[in-house]
Design a protein around this ligand. Sequence first.
Ligand code: FEO
Length: 407
Amino acid sequence: MKTQRIHDGIDQLTIDVKDILFEGLWEMPNGVTLNSYIVHGDDIAIIDGVCGWDGVPETLFQLFDSLNLDVKKVKYLILNHLEPDHSGWIEPFKKIHSDFEVVCTDKGAELYRSYYGDNETIHVVKDGSELDLGNGKKLNFITIPHVHWPDAMLTYEVNSQTVFSCDAFGMFGTYDKSNASEYTVDELKSFTREIDRYYSNIIGAFSPFVLKAIEKCDGIEISRIAPGHGLLWDTQIDWIIEKYRSLANCQKGGEQKITLLWGSMYGMTEAAVKVAEAVLKASGISYEVHRVPDSSWGEILTSVWTSKGVILAMPTYEYKMFPPMAAVLEEIGRKKANCRLGFRFGSFGWSGGAQKELDEILEKYRMNWTFIEPHEFKGRATDESLEIVKQQTHQLIELVKQCESAN
Ligand code: FEO
C-alpha cells in the first residue's frame, strides 16, 4: 500500500490486490491496484475507497493514518461507482465515522441504499452539478452510465483539471511506480496487455457507453486522469484515451489478427490445429493460439476482442460442441465481440452437432460473425482433410488482411 500527493491538496491512496479472481471470475496473473483519492478543501472529500477485497477496511485506515488524516473531518464520500471493489469499505467505515454525506448519481443512490442502508444524506448529482469544497477545490460531475455499471460518473476537480475516473481508463496489474510519467513510453506500451485484458474482461460489453464517455471527456481540459485501477495518467493522457477508444471500437471488429481457439479430446482435432497454426506462422499475420479449457477465459476473451479473425477448432461431444468451447463462446457472445470473420473445423465420432450449437450461440447473442466454409471430418483427419484446413486457413488470413482494423 502507498500514498502520494498528486497535486496540491489531493492525495492518492493505493493498495495492490493479488491472488483473487476479479468479480469472482477473472484471473489476474499480475493482480490489480485499487486507488482512492482525498481532496482537501475547507471540507474534505474521499473519492471512492480502497480496502481489502473482503471489505475489511484496516488497509484504508492505515493509509489514513499515514496521511495524518482525521477521519472524523471527512464530510463527503464521492461515489463514482458503487461496485463493491470501490464501495465495500463503507459499511465498516460507518462504524468509526457516521457524520458524512454521500454524493453519487440517482442510480448510485439506489445502489447505495441496497448495499449500505438509507441512514445517510445522499446528494444526487447529474451532469453539470458542482460541489465547492472551499479553499480552491471545486468538483464537477459528469455521468458516464454503464462504464461500468449504470451508476457510473466522473468527478472533475476544476482547478487541478483532474478527472477521477474510477473504472474508466483503468488497467489490471500492480506496479512499482504510481504514475505514468515515471515510466518510459516503451515501458507503458509493455503494459498494454494489462489494459486490453482489463478492458475486454470488465468493460468491453459496455463499449458504446465508453465511446459516449470519451465524447464527454473531449469537452474538458484534462491535466491528469486519476483512475480507480492502475496508473495515474499524469502524462500520455491522449494515449490512454485513444487506447480506450480503440478497444471500444474492437467490439465491432478487432484488429488484423487471428485467434486460433481450439480444444481436442484424443488428438484428432489437434492434428488439424497444427496444420492451421503452421499456416498462420508462415503467413506473418499477428495471431494467438489458445486451447480450451487450458487457457483462462480472460486471456481468450482478450485475444478474441483484439482479433478480426477467429478460427474455432473443436470436436463434437455428445451431439453438441466440445463443452469448454461452448462455454467460452457463450461468454464471448455476452461481451458482444461482434462482426468477426471465422473458420471452424473439427472431428466427430458417430455424430455431428458442433455446428448446430455454434449457430445457436451466434444467433442467441446476435454476434454477426461471417464464416467461410467449415470442415468436419469423421475420426482421424485424412490428408485430404488436412489440405482443406490448410487452404481454408489461407483463405481466412487473406480475408482478414483485406479488412481495416476496427481502430
Ligand atoms: Fe472497479 Fe466496476 O468496479
